[in-house]
Write a protein that binds this ligand. Sequence first.
Ligand code: ACM
Ligand code: ZN
Length: 512
Amino acid sequence: MNDLKKSQVVIIPEPVEMKVDKGFFEITKKTSLYADNGLKDVSEYLQKLFRPALGWSISSTAKTNDEKSIKLSLDDGAHEISEEGYILKSTENGILINAKTPTGVFYGIQTLRQLLPKEIESQKAVSNMKWSVPCITVKDYPRFKWRGFMLDEARHFMGIKVVKKLLDLMALHKLNKFHWHLVDDQGWRIKIDKYPKLTDIGSKRELKPKRGEVQNTEEANVYGGFYTKEEIKEAIAYAKERFIEVIPEIEMPGHSSSALAAYPELSCSGGPFKVPTRWGIFADVYCPGNEGVYEFLKDVIDEVIELFPSKIIHIGGDEVPKIRWRSCPKCREKMKKEDIRKVKDLQVLLTNYFAKYLESKGRRLMGWNQILDENLSKNAISQYWFGKVKETIAQIESGRDTVMTRYLWTYLDHPYKIISLKRAYKYEPIPKKLEEKYHFHVLGLEAPLWTERIPNEQRLYWQAFPRLTAFAETGWTPKKTKNYKLFKKKLESFLKRLDILGINCASLEEAD
Ligand code: ACM
Ligand code: ZN
């Protein structure tokens, strides 16, 4: 094999530093795997990751001085890199991945994976392969600590198998926050024991037969689905093995039609309501003048935080029409009692109530930037997607932690015509006018996938990839190191890797 030039080494996201040397290390049946104390899980992950394609398992060793080994090590000269960083060094005699934390070692493994031939992604044993890794030194760590992907399962329900596949893909891209949009108007997708109707009624909507189609069973006329608590736990455990935090979103006080269809007494008018079958924004939302709403949402949150270990709980808060609140006697009464002048401040009241409630449970509230207000709890995290950048900058300057998700740049459901691959790649999360001393409050970026027009798995991958690959590079790679031309070149081979993983990507022609 010929020695590689730096430009031939394809690692996405592009590492911070990389030095390519002459020669290769080959993984063979004689190669052993040594892991320091505390790295048992990542070591097993590595074995599981490579086993299908190799057709055998790299065997563990307890000896630190094996010739021709892969060595995973904690904090042995890796002091100068951050918590998620790693140093990977491969020579003709072996591979060393060194980091301060298991997370760093895990990311080193993702890099090692990409240094191997793309066939390593195969789920079937590949014969006659030389499993060569170029001799290289990589020193690497992320630019942002929030590198997120959001999946909306309310509009279309994908199920646990797809979620696990997405978590695997996130790991490959060194993404670390899975924002799970489990509740919206068109579906409630998480079992809540205390309120069974949320899923009995709220997880189902009418399915209109397509023209010419005859559907005469009841099931054929219903679209639905939800996660049991067991499935949620399974997804969280799977994510944890991949160093991904799962952040659940329970929308309040808007986008709540599915809950109101189940419990109409939580609205201002009392209903009745159906789970909507069309997309959009709906006027009926939770009534913030009704004490029962706070009790209900607290109960739901209690069950959610029992399931999700995530420190952060997302409460939505976007697109809340105030029209019902204006004419609701209970809302009016609440305003009087709380000395609130403007109807819109009822949302601030409700958001602050849950910010405090979550804080009392050791958690932290996050919401879309429409929750912002000068009186919003200081601790709440904002997710910027739409509207006044000025307000977001002012809030960041006043100490607000913020995740950036500008909708005409990062929404994966937009057509490639609107957000081309190049535009996605060029997205810069830090607002231009934000002074450098506040940059640390920009936690990072996230790419949401809303699924109104994404009915199935194949379409989902096509919308997400390769744009999510571009966002992953922005989340990780230093701004000055990013290079679109090089990225596109790298994609030519990276997309083949995704293809072996069974991912129906948009082609480079379609994406740009
Ligand atoms: C949103 O796109 N409504 C947050
Ligand atoms: Zn009301």
